[in-house]
Design a protein around this ligand. Structure first.
Ligand SMILES: [Mn+2]
Length: 358
């Protein structure tokens, strides 16, 4: 297991590489190049320079999160081939910079959705929260305004402004779309890019849909064990995997996260581990990482990874904003550092108990 933190380059992060380096046990970052429009090629020189900057701080850059998928690929338009070609060129360039794992998602139009980015919790901290009825009341084409308005001036991953212009038309486009068509478009993409992943030893990890249920009539697919099974069968290469996000999948109270980890362990190159607290089945706040702070049993989740022989990357996911920190919502240093240390503590305890028992 390698513990990493997400980090945003070029001054678009309140957290520095030095601070990440000083977080015990953290050996690298998951990062990305933010300015490149979705669908264009990420230049090798820029990736190598970014890798050198991360390495100079004593950290690794083996995980990229995310290279987003152009909407034409998800829609299956004839123009998709050009964007897939660009995606493959980007993967080749990632390989030149030593990248081993590529996280992406296949959510249509809207990326992850919350209706509040600074929801006050009883202890005075703030967290990202989701209230289903409130989200339904929002005009989806103005959803981006609601998201970006709460971002404290930082870019929000997945909510790049250039994607927002066509949002209303895109949502309309999908209204007549079937889930089967969506699976077919995913398979078309996977069959095109996975040979490159195999050639360059880059493990692909699709991120689950967040939240894992339909919104505004848009297809949602990476939501539960059954659909993950379907997804992995679309292309059976070991390089076609998932980013196991406990918070996204755990938003659906019917998902048994430790069971999902155990079933798909050999196809999980990357894990996001965080906790959530439900108020009803479709209303939740993002909680501190400890089991006692939310609904997920972190001990059982980490134990499932450990017992499956997991040797991929783990990062704590969104943190709350605590101790007066001003940062990109979900991505302050303090609560994520506490999360990383807690997860490492669980891992060490399970490891020592296991070895003592033998
Ligand atoms: Mn996640």
């Amino acid at each position: 297991m390698k513990m990493i933190l997400r980090w945003f380059p070029y001054g678009d992060d309140s957290v520095t590489l030095q601070q990440i380096r000083q977080t015990p046990g953290v050996t690298g970052v998951a990062t990305m190049i933010p300015q490149i429009p979705v669908g264009e090629v990420w230049p090798a020189e820029q990736l190598i320079a970014l890798r050198d900057e991360v390495n100079a701080a004593g950290l690794e850059m083996e995980v990229i999160e995310s290279v987003n998928i152009h909407e034409d690929i998800k829609k299956g338009l004839p123009t998709r081939d050009r964007y897939i070609e660009n995606y493959i060129k980007t993967m080749e360039n990632l390989a030149k910079a030593g990248v081993k794992c590529l996280c992406y998602n296949f959510m249509p139009v809207l990326d992850w959705a919350r209706n509040e980015l600074d929801h006050p919790l009883p202890d005075g901290s703030t967290a990202l929260s989701y209230r289903h009825e409130e989200v339904l009341k929002l005009d989806p084409s103005h959803f981006a305004d609601a998201m970006l308005g709460g971002s404290r001036g930082y870019s929000l991953p997945g909510w790049e402004p250039e994607r927002m212009g066509a949002m209303a038309a895109d949502i309309e486009f999908y209204q007549s779309f079937t889930t089967e068509q969506y699976w077919a478009n995913m398979k078309y993409f996977l069959d095109a890019v996975i040979p490159t992943a195999e050639k360059y030893d880059i493990h692909m990890g699709i991120h689950p849909d967040d939240p894992p249920w339909p919104l505004y009539g848009l297809p949602k697919v990476i939501t539960c064990a059954e659909n993950i099974r379907t997804f992995l069968s679309l292309n059976t290469s070991p390089y076609n995997g998932i980013t196991l996000c406990t918070g996204s999948l755990g938003s659906n109270i019917h998902n048994d996260i430790p069971a999902i980890v155990r079933e798909f362990a050999d196809r999980i190159p990357f894990a996001h581990i965080r906790n959530i607290k439900h108020h009803s089945p479709q209303d939740f706040d993002e909680a501190a990482h400890l089991s006692s702070c939310g609904d997920l049993d972190m001990f059982e989740i980490v134990r499932a990874f450990y017992e499956s022989g997991f040797d991929g990357y783990i990062r704590p996911d969104h943190g709350r904003m605590i101790w007066g920190e001003q940062a990109r919502p979900g991505y302050g240093l303090y609560d994520r550092a506490l999360g990383a240390t807690y997860l490492e503590g669980l891992w060490e305890a399970i490891d020592k108990m296991e070895k003592r028992g033998k």
